[in-house]
Design a protein around this ligand. Structure first.
Ligand code: ATP
Ligand code: MG
Length: 609
């Protein structure tokens, strides 16, 4: 196996968002300290994960630090994982290190290639690669089962582990609680030879599932309950997707995880705060195995940061799966889902998610981040990138009654508008948008009032407005059907006021409205998404989050959009002027037939009067 070179900082979307000054945080300080003190300077790396002897044959590790992202492939990644990805891959990138992608598959579960692939895709899409290159294979924790077994035999031989045959209930009672020290198991004083014999019988399938476990022998009186002889191996007859039926005993997560980190020469093992109580065992185990010469020294260290809690959002794979399987949403990639595939389909960009991760920072205190912080990042990213377009979401027809006289019957006048209006000086603008104006145009129903409320500046009889990028028009009235519903708004064109022509601004107006010509407007399906939950903390305190589902989280409208939007490519983002940012759907959007756009995020400033 060749030796991976550290990820370099090629200018991907991932780096773009972080080029600005990066605020320090406690993790950066820890890493900087370790680099200054040369804590890991003597480490060697043999090009692949392995034990002490394996790495001793390697060269000095070219990666200054090694971090890892270790998902369990049991669901789709969500915005909380995005935070963890940005932290782990981002730190590796910034400190000339490497971040490993490791599938934490020590639970014998059915392989779900769907999840494995979606996790790889999500990380790549966010702009990162793993194990030192974009083409490397991710690591799999189940590849380390042999070593884990050897390490368990070592612990038994050294008097650090024993086979316990107490029932689950006896073990629970004898573990004690916060106020009460635990009680030694009657099996605790077995000799190493006896333990080794029975442990091998466990491995060889001589004992029933659940009849006994291997436990670390530490301290039943420890104030930290996790140190009261935690179970490290259990019997479980289950076929594993990677190792098949080779094993009928499987390591517990708390035992497996530190070993996985150490075999991979991880320097900084970053996890969320709920693992804080596990750290003493993490350190205890790696101390035993490094002093025994099984694992390279110095061992990795675990550091905890607070998990992301986002208002109106659920970040638990299990609960998100429930939404999918109960058909509360249309799938993992429903644009209302906080999954990475859902966010992507909603119009989120890697740069926006990177910016979000930077902005919320890394701390050790649990808090809730307001959803608007995430939306703000998307707006900020799209503002300079998303091409503009006119879309009329709730159309009513406007008839220019003097068009035939002034412009000629059937005449269509070409108009243009910039695709990106506020480019920084010296930037080459993209080609402008082209569309036409004729006798009939679509306008928003709310842009006409027969009797204007106070301060209303748009169309009402006698008032002039500009059709943005077109002409100034003067409203003359409207036509209604027998139910009193307005079918047409009537106006006259004010000649010589075409946008961009000399003297066009001599006629003053107080408002400009968006519009689409009837002759070249395109019907489009527009999906107006709102938050999925009405409750800001839908699952806090064990609440039933299904109860706070927002019944109006999706409204589908048929809109009329300008012709430039008819050829939008899936995933392409736009600003529909005055309405917000939209993305051409990646699943249902078909150019040629009716295009589909998803609302990504509204505009910050609501449309004026
Ligand atoms: P879930 O409860 O959604 O299944 P998990 O923590 O069990 O999440 P894993 O696949 O084990 O999911 O997580 C991989 C990594 O992502 C872990 O290091 C975990 O700490 C991190 N992670 C998961 N959820 C969040 C979150 N909300 N904020 C930050 N990091 C998270
Ligand atoms: Mg988990």
């Amino acid at each position: 196996m060749s030796i991976p070179t550290p990820t370099n900082t090629t200018p991907t979307a991932a780096t773009a968002a972080t080029e600005a000054a990066k605020p320090s945080n406690f993790l950066r300080q820890i890493i900087q300290n370790d680099l200054d003190n040369g804590t890991y300077a003597q480490r060697r790396w043999a090009g692949s994960p392995g034990d002490a002897a394996h790495h001793a044959k390697g060269q000095p590790d070219p990666a200054k630090i090694r971090t890892r992202f270790p998902p369990e492939p049991n669901g789709y990644l969500h915005v909380g994982h995005a935070k963890s990805i940005c932290i782990n891959f981002g730190l590796a990138r910034d400190y000339n290190g490497v971040c490993h992608l490791r599938f934490d598959d020590t639970n014998p579960e059915k392989e779900d290639v769907e999840y494995v692939n979606s996790i790889r895709d999500a990380i790549k899409w966010l702009g990162f690669d793993w194990n030192g290159s974009a083409t490397a294979e991710p690591y799999q924790a189940s590849d380390y089962f042999d070593f884990m077994y050897q390490a368990a035999e070592y612990l038994i031989g050294a008097g650090f582990a024993y086979v316990d045959e107490q029932t689950v209930e006896q073990m629970r009672v004898n573990r004690g609680d916060f106020g009460k020290p635990g009680v030694d198991s009657p099996f605790r004083s077995r000799t190493p030879a006896e333990n080794l014999r029975i442990f091998r019988e466990m491995r060889d399938g001589k004992h029933e599932d659940g009849s006994m476990v291997l436990r670390a022998k530490i301290d039943m009186a420890s104030p930290n309950i996790n140190m009261r002889d935690p179970a490290i191996y259990r019997i479980r007859r289950a076929t594993h997707h990677n190792t098949g039926d080779t094993w009928c005993i499987y390591p517990m997560y708390t035992y497996a995880h530190p070993i996985e980190d150490a075999l991979e020469q991880i320097t900084h093992s970053l996890c969320t705060l709920e693992f804080e109580d596990q750290r003493p065992f993490y350190d205890w185990l790696l101390e035993r195995l490094t002093e025994g010469g099984l694992l390279a020294s110095p061992p990795p260290r675990q550091y905890e940061f607070s998990r992301l809690n986002l208002t109106y959002v659920i970040t638990s794979k299990r609960k998100l799966a429930q939404l999918v399987y109960d058909h509360k949403v249309e799938g993992w990639d429903d644009p209302r889902m906080p999954t990475i595939v859902g966010l992507r389909r909603r119009g989120y960009t890697p740069a926006a998610l990177q910016m979000f991760a930077e902005r919320i920072g890394v701390t050790k205190s649990d808090s809730w981040i307001d959803y608007s912080t995430l939306e703000g990042c998307l707006r900020e990213d799209l503002e300079a990138k998303a091409h503009r377009g006119f879309a009329v979401l709730n159309p009513v027809k406007l008839i220019l009654t003097n068009w035939d006289d002034v412009m000629g019957a059937g005449h269509l006048e070409p108009c243009t508008q910039p695709a990106l209006p506020h480019l920084p000086e010296g930037t080459e603008p993209p080609p402008p948008r082209h569309f036409t104006i004729g006798k009939e145009v679509w306008i928003e129903r709310e842009d006409f009032e027969e009797v204007p409320p106070k301060g209303y500046k748009r169309l009402f009889p006698g008032n002039k407005v500009r059709l943005k990028g077109g002409y100034v028009i003067e409203c003359t009235g409207c036509v209604k059907d027998i139910d009193g519903v307005i079918t047409d708004v009537l106006a006259t064109l004010v000649p010589d006021t075409k946008s961009g022509t000399p003297g066009s601004d001599l006629v003053k107006v107080k408002a400009a409205i968006t519009w689409v010509g009837v002759a070249n407007g395109v019907n489009a399906e527009v999906r107006m998404y709102d938050r999925l939950f009405l409750d800001a903390q839908p699952d806090a305190g064990g609440k039933d989050f299904i109860e706070s589902l927002n019944p109006n989280s999706l409204k589908v409208v048929t809109a009329i959009v300008e012709p430039s939007l008819a050829n939008a490519l899936p995933d392409q983002k736009f600003q529909f002027e005055r309405h917000g940012y939209f993305v051409a759907d990646r699943v249902d959007h078909v150019t040629g037939s009716k295009p589909v756009f998803n609302l990504a995020v509204g505009l910050k400033d609501s449309w004026g009067k």
